[in-house]
Design a protein. Structure first.
Length: 413
């Protein structure tokens, strides 16, 4: 396990952590037993379908040959994991398609601009929806599919559409079978926010030129690491104890902008898994050092309803030396050295102000490490949810807005 978890600056004693571990281990054992619905992700890194993976990789090669623009259509867990990987692990070679995302909002402006980009690009679509009826991706797919047919004709458009959906039922499964789209399965036993390491995430990630075999190997290494039981459980225990002490917000902070969408995925993972029955931590995210100039005052001296979790990349992809013209304090240092001084300085200032801070060191942003990160946070979220006494794998509250939205559409239409 290459991630390093530091909970020493949370104000929680080692004795409190030790006392809470029993509850965390019981939750972990329950997950490993596999008797609850939607726990297929727990053993996935060592049990994934190797033939399916090779099929995914073969399809990704075909996408790379067909297009220079891949539009991934999905919302929530159907796209956030893929976007997190693609943003965090950019392929610097120009031989891979640009990846854009659609169906995660209902903005006419946003999708009009995508249509314009389609007109000047060789394009493929990857539509991800278990049911095929979720409003945002359904609208986007209808619009973009019509544009693809107009551009290439129906037969060639079908050859450029890749569907990831239910194995047997649903509108999208029926259409994929009827029109001959290349298709993959959304597993029945894995919910969307836990699906990054299934075809839901792996196909777009592989098409973007990222090594998905290494990603799965990283997840397996995390799952089987001797350090796993202690470090992962300690993070879950710290989160649980901080909530019990009255904290209600976890602020996820990152100093490398490429982690923006990883933080967005974490917000969904934690928020949708834990926020039930009047319980749960509200996940927020901040991009440092930029947000220190807007939220730094609140963090230092504002309401004490939150704790901080810092994602620190120890060896970023690239670096630049600061020139002499920057002044004596900075000249000769590297940008990464200055950035690390910001990491350590902010933690020290916030610790001195009495704020609980958890630090997670990530060795480097590789596909292997990304796979470790995915599995680590999936397990943390599920364990913490079970410790709180909620089901981490359903989302009944999400259906409320969908029902009201359908009512409004029927009223106006």
């Amino acid at each position: 396990m290459d991630l390093k978890i530091d909970v020493k600056t949370t104000g929680i004693s080692a004795a409190e952590i030790e006392k809470t571990r029993t509850k965390a281990y019981a939750a972990q054992d329950r997950l490993w037993a596999g008797k609850d619905d939607f726990t297929g992700w727990v053993k996935l890194p060592m049990n994934y379908d190797k033939d399916e993976l090779e099929d995914v990789i073969a399809a990704s090669y075909k996408i790379q040959e067909q297009c220079d623009l891949l539009i991934v259509i999905g919302i929530g867990g159907s796209y956030l994991g893929a976007r997190a990987a693609i943003e965090a692990l950019p392929a610097y070679s120009g031989k891979y398609p640009r990846v854009r995302f659609a169906g995660n909002n209902i903005s006419g402006t946003y999708h009009s601009l995508l249509l314009e980009e389609m007109q000047r690009s060789e394009t493929c679509l990857c539509v991800i929806s278990k049911s095929g009826t979720t409003t945002e991706p359904s609208v986007a797919f209808a619009i973009l599919k019509d544009a693809l047919i107009s551009k290439y004709g129906k037969a060639e458009a079908s050859n450029r559409i890749y569907a990831i959906t239910d194995r047997e039922k649903g509108v999208l499964r029926e259409e994929a079978s009827r029109e001959g789209y290349k298709s993959f399965i959304v597993p029945d036993d894995i919910g969307g926010r836990y699906s990054v390491l299934t075809p839901v995430g792996l196909l777009p990630i592989a098409a973007a030129g990222i090594d998905v075999r290494a990603m799965l190997s990283g997840a397996e290494a995390m799952m089987s690491s001797p350090k796993w039981d202690k470090d992962a459980v300690d993070y879950a225990c710290a989160r649980f104890l901080l909530m019990e002490s009255g904290k209600s917000i976890e602020v996820i902070e990152y100093y490398e902008p490429q982690l923006q969408y990883f933080a967005e995925w974490l917000k969904q993972l934690f928020g949708e898994s834990e926020g039930k029955e009047g319980k749960g931590l509200f996940p927020a995210s901040l991009s440092f050092s930029a947000d220190l100039h807007s939220m730094g005052q609140f963090l230092q001296e504002g309401s004490r309803v939150f704790f901080e979790t810092v994602l620190n990349v120890e060896k970023p992809d690239r670096d630049i030396k600061v020139p002499e013209s920057a002044g004596s304090l900075l000249a000769g240092k590297s940008m990464n050295e200055v950035n690390q001084a910001a990491v350590n300085g902010v933690i020290a200032a916030h610790r001195n102000a009495g704020l609980p801070v958890i630090k997670i060191d990530i060795p480097e942003m590789t596909a292997f490490c990304f796979g470790q990160m995915v599995y680590f946070f999936e397990m943390t979220s599920a364990v913490t949810g079970l410790m709180m006494g909620v089901n981490p794998f359903d989302q009944p509250g999400v259906e409320s807005y969908k029902a009201e939205m359908r009512r409004e559409l029927n009223k106006n239409g």
